[in-house]
Design a protein around this ligand. Structure first.
Ligand code: DHB
Ligand code: FE
Length: 285
């Protein structure tokens, strides 16, 4: 049987990808961000997953106002890094896991979540920057990735509660797959940031750290937070944090088991226009 062994959470700031792609990670400004991921890169090498289920959002790159899926699962064999206006990032192709992805689609849709099936899509910084942060600059990503896109760009967005419940359904789906696969689930995006309008540049460190505390200790309560609170307190783009609740809902304590172990926690301001937050939670043995 496949099982979820850990969850990881990280911001996905595009400038972080650019800093890596252009060899600037050693500069003082960026050093402060990347030291927070040194532990994580070693941890990922020591705890190699067979598959990463990566919850992210597309930023009007693969999708547009033409069609806006609330939840979309990548069931394709591979995904190319997207051209977001300055050429595709020089990072490896992302290999998919069509068999597990199709199984999860079947199980989660029969579990009453409406997913859009995506067989072909280019993946933007929402997906590639978390991979870069966690894996560095390898010739190939360490394992197949199932991209799972959540609409947090165009209103209406899904509630935190629905994202958390979706995570629980994803856990049930993974645990009903016959092959012995070690699956990690990553929640990405956030933390507080607002990219446009009069409040552009908004950062709320106190709120972000409270979010991290609550994500660890009381995720079911946190899931009840109204979407307007994210926007008011964490900025218009702070709503990306609902994606962290998908990953958190897939941990064993959300299914009546023991709480996960906090392996790593990191928070830093600023990186470009945003706060960077990062957590690694391991399932109890
Ligand atoms: C920026 C873009 C993002 O999608 C994000 O999540 C954080 C920051 C940016 O353009 O700086
Ligand atoms: Fe984003």
């Amino acid at each position: 049987m496949a099982k979820i062994t850990a969850s990881a959470y990280t911001s996905h700031v595009p400038a972080i990808g650019a800093a890596m792609d252009h060899g600037k990670t050693g500069e003082p400004y960026w050093q402060n961000v990347f030291t927070g991921y040194e532990y994580s890169r070693q941890w990922l090498k020591d705890n190699p997953p067979d598959v990463i289920f990566l919850v992210f959002n597309d930023h009007a790159t693969a999708f547009s106002l033409d069609f806006i899926p609330t939840f979309a699962i990548g069931t394709g064999p591979e995904y190319a890094p997207a051209d977001e206006g300055w050429g595709p990032r020089p990072v490896p192709m992302v290999q998919g896991h069509p068999l597990l992805a199709a199984h999860i689609a079947q199980s989660v849709i029969q579990d009453d979540f409406d997913l859009t099936i995506v067989n072909r899509m280019d993946v933007d910084h929402g997906l590639t920057v978390p991979l870069s942060l966690m894996c560095g600059q390898p010739d190939a990503w360490p394992c197949p990735v199932i991209p799972f896109a959540v609409n947090v760009v165009q209103y209406p967005v899904p509630s935190g509660r629905r994202c958390f419940e979706l995570g629980r359904a994803i856990r049930r789906a993974v645990e009903s797959f016959d092959d012995d696969l070690n699956v990690q689930i990553w929640g990405t995006g956030g933390m507080s940031h607002q990219l446009q309008g009069p409040r552009a540049g908004l950062i709320n460190s106190e709120w972000d750290n409270q979010f991290l505390d609550r994500l660890i200790h009381e995720p079911a309560d946190l899931a009840d937070m109204h979407h307007m609170e994210y926007v008011r307190e964490a900025g218009a783009e702070g709503i990306e944090l609902v994606m962290w609740l998908v990953a958190r809902g897939a941990m064993s304590d959300a299914a009546g088991g023991d709480a996960p172990e906090v392996k790593h926690r990191f928070y830093h301001v600023p990186a470009s226009n945003t706060a960077v937050g990062h957590l690694i939670l391991e399932e109890p043995l």
